[in-house]
Each structure stands twice: as structure tokens, then as C-alpha cells.
Design a protein around this ligand. Structure first.
Ligand SMILES: [Mn+2]
Length: 338
């Protein structure tokens, strides 16, 4: 942490700031310039509350120079994390993983048709919602465990791994037999009790960025899972809320290289929720692969217009097959496979 003093700060003010820093348990290195004094804190700075120093008399501004997250930081595993699944699929390796499925699991025929098309397209992951966090309590809430059973069967028949959203702690145990990866949705990114509990689970967690969360907040949320001993976390960029209304959310492609630089965790891009529009999913998926995404999460449905949830952003199976083929060329151009 660096504390920059104002140019006219008095010696008393500087001493007072140094005292507060020392009381916080860090060592202080002082640099006295011709115009300005800079105080650098060395030691256990991760837990320091910067605002405590910002309000002290004579302080101009305060910066953090080491990340407040430790286990999620790139330095913890400089070569990156790869996560292996029971079906042999890997996320975080050279191959870009395709995770696809319906927004909601609806019935046997729907999920089996989708699973078959994911397999044909070369995807290794089937993702479907059984517990749906809907903005309206009157909207379809999902099939629950019976839905997960259907998805598990459809996945096993096609050699796919399964991903589904967990909304509360009580669902974790019931979901364990059916999911290979727990998804934490954007609305739950800061449900710290749920994150802590998932830290105790020994299955990968796909953590979505909240619609109004900074990248640092996403990484701090992942730290809750990692600090429980579950190191298999996948970060997901799924669009954030901005002033733009042309798309459902604003797909933050730049978050992908930023996350890859700051963290060793694999990054998945969700252009379906990122844009909310079927016609925008393909271009954003391509951009995400070019930007270094380790996986894509795409909503697909044999009768997309009739999808019970998120119909506008759901792709038809034929369009998904075409997109996957096109993505292969892009993956190759950036030194990946798909
Ligand atoms: Mn959805």
C-alpha cells in the first residue's frame, strides 16, 4: 500500500499517518521528495482498509500495489490452472471447451436432443438450469432434481460432463450425484455463505461475475471458494450492467485478458447472457475466443423461440453447429484448438 501525502502536509500529519500504519501491523518506508512525501507499507497489507488512511489529515490518495486476493492471484500458480472432469474434458488447457445447453431443462426430448447436438458439435459439457433464479417470482422456476436426473442421463449417453446452477446451500448435497460442476449465478456472486460452502465441495465451481461487480470483486468472491480448499474455480464473464440498452447486458470482452493476467483461474465467456440477443451471440463468442477465453457457455434449444426462459438469446442447434465450426478457425489462429 502506498500513501501519497499532500504537498503541503505538515511533519505532524506525516508522523500521525506513520503511527496509524505501524499500528496496523505494517512496516513503513518513507520517501521525502522536494515537493511530496510518499509512505510505503510493507508487510501484511491484504486486510488493510484503504479508506481508513484516505481520511487522515494531509493524505492525498492511497493505492494498493499488491492484490487483496492471494489464492486467486496469478502468482499463486503462474502456469495457470487446468481442471479435469470425469469424462476426460479439460478446462484451462490448450483446447477451448464448449459448454452448451438450454437455459432451463424442460423435458426428456428437449434435453436429449440438445445433448446429442452438443456431442456432434464436439462439445464436452451439457449445461442446463434446474433451479432458476428468475427476476419475476411468477416466471418458470425450473424442474428441480427431476430435471437434473434427465440432464445426467442425457449427458451420460453422450459422454458429456454436466453443469448446473446452485442457488442455495441446501441444494448442494442433493445436486452432487447429478452435476460435475456447480454454477454460481451472477445474482449469487456475493452470496458469501454459499461460496464458503462450495469451498468445502470437491467439484469444480463456475463462478459468474455479478452484473454490477468489478473484476476485483469477482476475484475476491472466488477467494471465498479457494480458501476453503476447493481450487477448481472457473471465472465467468457474462455481461455487466451499463447505460447501454441495445443489448441485455454489456459483454465485457476486456475482462477476459484482464482476468487471465491477474489470475491463474480458467475464464469462460457467456455471450448468451452477455448480449441477450441470438444474433449477437456468434460475434461475441468469436471475440471471446480471440481474446483468450478458455471456454464458452452458450444457450441452445431445438425450438429456441419456444424456450421457456431466455428465448431471445437462445440459439438453434443448427446455428450452434455452424458457430462451433467457425470458432475452430479462430481458436487455431490464436494458438488453441476447439
Ligand atoms: Mn439463461
Amino acid at each position: 500500500m502506498i500513501v501519497a501525502m499532500q504537498e503541503n502536509a505538515t511533519e505532524e500529519q506525516i508522523d500521525a499517518v506513520i503511527d496509524v500504519m505501524l499500528e496496523s501491523g505494517v512496516n513503513v518506508h518513507r520517501t521525502t521528495g522536494a515537493m511530496q512525501t510518499i509512505l510505503a507499507a510493507v508487510g501484511p497489507t491484504a486486510g488493510l482498509d484503504l479508506s481508513k488512511f484516505e481520511v487522515l489529515p494531509g493524505v492525498l490518495n492511497v493505492h494498493r500495489i499488491s492484490a487483496p486476493y492471494k489464492l486467486a492471484g496469478r502468482a499463486f500458480r503462474p502456469h495457470g490452472t487446468t481442471i479435469e472432469f470425469p469424462n476426460g474434458a479439460v478446462i484451462g488447457g490448450e483446447q477451448v471447451a464448449m459448454i452448451a445447453g438450454p437455459c432451463s431443462i424442460e423435458n426428456h426430448d428437449q434435453i436429449f436432443a440438445i445433448a446429442a447436438s452438443v456431442k456432434v458439435a464436439g462439445g464436452k459439457f451439457l449445461r442446463g438450469g434446474a433451479f432458476k433464479p428468475r427476476s419475476s417470482p411468477y416466471a418458470f422456476q425450473g424442474l428441480g432434481i427431476p430435471g437434473l436426473k434427465l440432464m445426467r442421463e442425457a449427458a451420460d449417453v453422450n459422454g458429456l460432463a454436466t453443469v448446473s446452477e446452485v442457488m442455495e446451500i441446501a441444494q448442494i448435497e442433493a445436486m452432487l450425484p447429478y452435476v460435475d460442476c456447480f454454477q454460481v449465478g451472477a445474482r449469487n456472486m456475493q452470496n458469501f455463505n454459499l461460496l464458503r460452502e462450495l469451498g468445502q465441495v470437491r467439484k469444480p465451481v463456475l463462478l459468474k461475475r455479478g452484473i454490477a461487480a468489478t473484476i476485483e470483486e469477482l476475484l475476491l468472491s472466488s477467494e471465498y471458494i479457494l480458501s476453503g480448499g476447493n481450487y477448481d474455480v472457473i471465472l465467468c464473464e457474462r455481461g455487466i450492467r451499463t447505460y447501454e440498452t441495445a443489448t441485455r447486458n454489456t459483454m465485457d470482452i476486456s475482462a477476459i485478458p484482464v482476468l487471465k493476467k491477474l489470475s491463474h483461474l480458467p475464464v469462460v465467456a457467456d455471450p448468451s447472457h452477455g448480449t441477450g440477443r441470438r444474433d449477437m451471440v456468434a460475434p461475441m463468442a468469436k471475440a471471446a475466443v480471440a481474446a483468450g477465453a478458455d471456454a464458452l457457455l452458450i444457450e441452445i434449444h431445438p425450438n429456441a423461440d419456444k424456450s421457456v426462459s431466455d428465448a431471445a438469446q437462445t440459439m438453434y442447434l443448427e446455428d450452434f453447429a455452424r458457430l462451433t465450426a467457425e470458432l475452430r478457425t479462430i481458436a487455431q489462429a490464436v494458438g488453441r484448438t476447439l
